[in-house]
Write a protein that binds this ligand. Structure first.
Ligand code: SAH
Ligand code: SF4
Ligand code: F3S
Length: 446
């Protein structure tokens, strides 16, 4: 049997796409393998968001070239596919830079992978045109699903933040229809999913067609999904503050399946920097939005993304980011040094912040965010939390799952609990995970 190795970089959208490509290759007779040495097809699903992410692809392709030559000497054919956002951004340049690559395919075209692989027998192929057909209509049915699965409901971005490549690599915002999403959700639940994270580059701008063809908002979609028997939990990511409409804020207090967790990137606490980033909101508007969400759902865990060292960012402006973080308090966060990206407006600026200053600011911000994360994790100790069990744990007899606040928990329980929600008393907070004990009926009564 032929084998396929699929590796994904970058965001959850890419992880979802990689899963769909694996399904597609499986439908063509390729078994999935974790070992690249034995793969007949290697797919790198790439990310273009920061320079480092894009560079990684070329070092990986260098290694693959050696592997491909070695396999060829043993009489084995290897096809190397570059998919994802670097493929979209760089297209045929990749063929010139990396002689081992056979296929370059963009994020909107990967449903054509089987055909592209066939064509690659005689010529190297590039497919990065935005297609007229919808790739989702051409992907095979998914038979098994992780307990916690991603489901793409929206793609692309119209926001054009000054630093970001996504509007160029993923194209304009498009929402899938409610019917298409419900159909996929039912299949995922049938395949074992109990939690769905609705994903999109700008998921809270969701406006897919409802049953009567009229666009509906994200809360309406979540209400439709909530009624699927067996589906226990819903989440969504990632959102732009300006698309947090009132009905979505209210949904956090109304939709029982919607977990109390919100990833809402702010990027900076400085209104001047936010404006230069083209984020179109102020630091105070973000604060007020968080207040509204907390009023509706006081126990909500907040998460965000930050960029330090955007061109022109002063020490005082960076301190405003620190102040915003200190005031709001985040359960988790991602923070990055600004990385200039080809084709984006910010990359044209001549007031770059020196690398050493960026590193200093990132260290200070991450220290503060780490403290907040540890404090948040520690606050769970002693409490009983509802854990959705996802898989076997690290040690025999253990299982692992997540709390409503998305904290990983390990505890002793039979594998039969996988896919169910178990009350667990948290006894200890490690650096990456909580440890607890299942609360039995007797213990609860005592
Ligand atoms: N659509 C999402 C973000 C997708 S990119 C949103 O708007 O929230 C994920 C994160 O990468 C961004 O939130 C930002 O913090 C970071 N990022 C994007 N471009 C970057 C760049 N050029 N340099 C550094 N970080 C960047
Ligand atoms: Fe990039 Fe901004 Fe769009 Fe997010 S909202 S994907 S940061 S352009
Ligand atoms: Fe990266 Fe593309 Fe996602 S650039 S972050 S893989 S949308």
């Amino acid at each position: 049997m032929k084998k396929a190795f699929v590796k994904s970089y970058g965001c959850q959208m890419n992880a979802y796409d990689a899963g769909r490509m694996s399904d597609l290759l499986a439908s063509q007779g390729y078994a999935a393998t974790e070992s690249v040495e034995e793969a007949d097809v290697v797919v790198l699903n790439t990310c273009h968001i920061r320079e480092k992410a894009a560079d990684k692809v070329y070092s990986e392709l260098g290694r693959l070239r050696v592997l491909k030559t070695a396999r060829a000497e043993a009489g084995l054919d290897t096809r190397i596919v570059v998919a994802g956002c670097v493929a979209q951004a760089e297209g045929k340049e990749i063929l010139a830079r990396a002689p081992s690559v056979d296929v370059v395919v963009g994020p909107q075209n990967y449903h054509r992978l089987p055909d592209l692989l066939t064509r690659s027998a005689s010529t190297r192929v590039v497919d990065t045109e935005f297609p007229v057909e919808d790739k989702f209509d051409h992907l095979p049915i998914r038979r098994t699903a992780a307990v916690s699965s991603f489901l793409t409901v929206q793609e692309g971005c119209d926001k054009f933040c000054a630093f970001c490549v996504v509007p160029y690599t993923r194209g304009a915002e498009v929402s899938r229809s409610v019917e298409a999403i419900l159909d996929e959700a039912r299949k995922l639940v049938r395949g074992g999913a109990r939690e769905l994270t609705l994903i999109g580059q700008n998921v809270n701008a969701y406006h897919g067609a409802g049953a009567d063809g009229v666009p509906v908002t994200l809360p309406a979609l979540m209400r439709a999904l909530e009624s699927i028997p067996g589906l226990l939990r819903l989440r969504y990511t990632t959102s732009h503050p300006n698309d947090m409409a009132d009905d979505l804020v209210r949904a956090h207090g109304e939709i029982a399946a919607l977990m109390p967790y919100l990833h809402l990137p702010v990027q900076s606490g400085s209104t001047r920097v936010l404006q230069a980033m083209n984020r179109k909101h102020t630091g105070d508007e973000y604060r007020r939005l968080i207040e509204r969400v907390r009023r509706v759902r006081p126990d909500i865990a907040l998460s965000s993304d930050f960029i330090v060292g955007f061109p022109g960012e002063t020490d005082v402006e960076f301190d405003e980011t620190m102040r915003l973080v200190a005031e709001i308090g985040f359960a988790s966060a991602y923070s990055f040094k600004y990385s200039p990206r080809p084709g984006t407006p910010a990359a044209e600026r001549e007031d770059a912040v020196p690398e050493a200053v960026k590193s200093e600011r990132l260290a200070a911000l991450q220290a503060l965010l780490d403290d907040q994360r540890h404090a948040f994790n520690a606050s769970a100790v002693g409490h009983v939390v509802e854990v959705l069990v996802e898989k076997a744990g690290r040690h025999p007899g253990q299982v692992a799952g997540k709390t409503p606040h998305l904290l990983p928990v390990q505890f002793d329980a039979p594998a039969a609990t996988i896919g169910t929600v178990v009350p667990v008393r948290v006894v200890r907070a490690g650096s990456n995970s909580l440890f607890g004990e299942a609360v039995t009926d007797e213990a609860a009564a005592a």
